[in-house]
Ligand binder design. Structure first.
Ligand code: TXA
Ligand code: MG
Length: 330
């Protein structure tokens, strides 16, 4: 990847907000303060920008991202709010609460940002700089914490700079942030579930709901014997069609998920072919991954055969998600 970006730090003012919005619209990566921690923002509707974002953070897997919006109305364009979700949004937004909700039919958040799930995490941040950037940009912005994967979340622009200099396009400096821990995440499922404790205390949420938040199941998606990471609910995206990895040839009636310029034997009798990146570009492949899996899943093929994907760069995260897709549904 390009590690030679300039990465200016601009003091938060009108000009910086305008630059940030322009940069996001061009597919750039912008770090900005929220009231919890600094976020690394990208246009939620631009899968290529989101692939760059994962790469800049050095994440070994595509964890789903939080879509930041300016207000509840903007949230309702991407997610379906039931009575519980509406009550929580009205009580705590803007603020350090993220809601995981079903996507709307015309949700424009890219599949890569939600890791192919049918749900999307939404939050309205309270920080005036975050709000100004969202207003100027005019669409949802996905933003994980603006640190390298495995490092602690940044609470100052200097923290962001020391982790991400050269890897992102702009840092907007709004000073030290107030809360210092990430937002609380609540999954609005049949019973509202505390997916990650955070800046908004559980009892304040329970007071509004007049009920206790349920705990996530401890062993769902627990293939490695590890405890569930906070915030990571159970399900990963998996097609209904069986997925066969590292295919060297394809059988009649299978659909092919190809990678690179090579040709595999048996392609002429395939059900369908989609190439993640004919030129072998892993960022392009990441941007296409979940959308193509979904499209091939709709072909009702015997199986989806997947050509080998190299393991460097974003290849590690792509292979992680392909492996989960091949394990099937929970
Ligand atoms: O305070 C915060 O929430 C900060 C600021 C920048 O807004 N952001 C943040 O993002 O902490 P991140 O990417 O570090 O954490 C997002 C969490 C992850 O644990 C992810 O698994 C969970 O949100 N998440 C996102 N979408 C989800 C979904 N559809 N279902 C379940 N969990 C989801
Ligand atoms: Mg984080």
């Amino acid at each position: 990847m390009n590690l030679d970006l300039i990465t200016p730090i601009l003091p938060a003012n009108e000009a910086a907000v305008a630059s940030a919005a322009r940069c996001l619209a061009e597919g750039g990566l912008v770090a900005f303060p929220t009231e919890t921690v600094y976020g690394l923002g990208a246009d939620a509707a631009n899968p290529v920008a989101i692939a760059r974002l994962y790469q800049a953070k050095g994440r070994p897997s595509f964890n789903p991202l939080i879509a930041h919006v300016g207000d509840l109305q903007a949230g309702m364009r991407i997610a379906r709010f039931d009575a519980t979700a509406t009550a929580l949004a009205e009580a705590f937004w803007p603020g350090p609460l993220t809601l995981v909700l079903p996507k709307t039919r015309d949700c424009l958040v890219a599949d890569l940002a939600t890791a192919g799930l049918d749900t999307v995490a939404v939050r309205v941040p309270a920080h005036p700089v975050a709000r100004a950037i969202l207003r100027a940009f005019g669409g949802p912005v996905v933003a994980p914490s603006a640190n390298l994967s495995g490092h602690v979340s940044p609470t100052t622009a200097q923290h962001v700079h020391s982790d991400l200099v050269g890897r992102i396009d702009l840092i907007v400096d709004g000073g030290a942030v107030a809360v210092g821990v990430e937002s609380t995440i609540v999954g609005c499922f049949d019973a509202p579930m505390l997916l990650r404790p955070g800046g908004l205390p559980r009892d304040e949420i329970e007071r509004v709901l007049s009920r206790a938040l349920v705990q996530p199941p401890q062993d769902a998606d627990n293939d490695g014997g590890q405890p569930l990471a906070p915030g990571m609910l159970a399900s990963h995206y998996a097609p209904r069609t069986p997925v066969r990895l590292n295919a060297e040839r394809i059988e009649a009636g299978e659909a092919l998920l190809a990678f690179g310029p090579g040709i595999v034997a048996g392609v002429d009798t395939s059900n369908a072919v989609m190439n993640l990146s004919a030129r072998g570009d892993l960022n392009e492949a990441a941007a296409n991954l979940f959308g193509y899996l979904r499209a091939l899943d709709n072909r009702k093929a015997r199986a989806i055969a997947v050509m080998p994907v190299p393991h460097h760069g974003l290849g590690e995260a792509i292979n992680d998600r392909l492996r989960r897709a091949a394990m099937g549904r929970d």
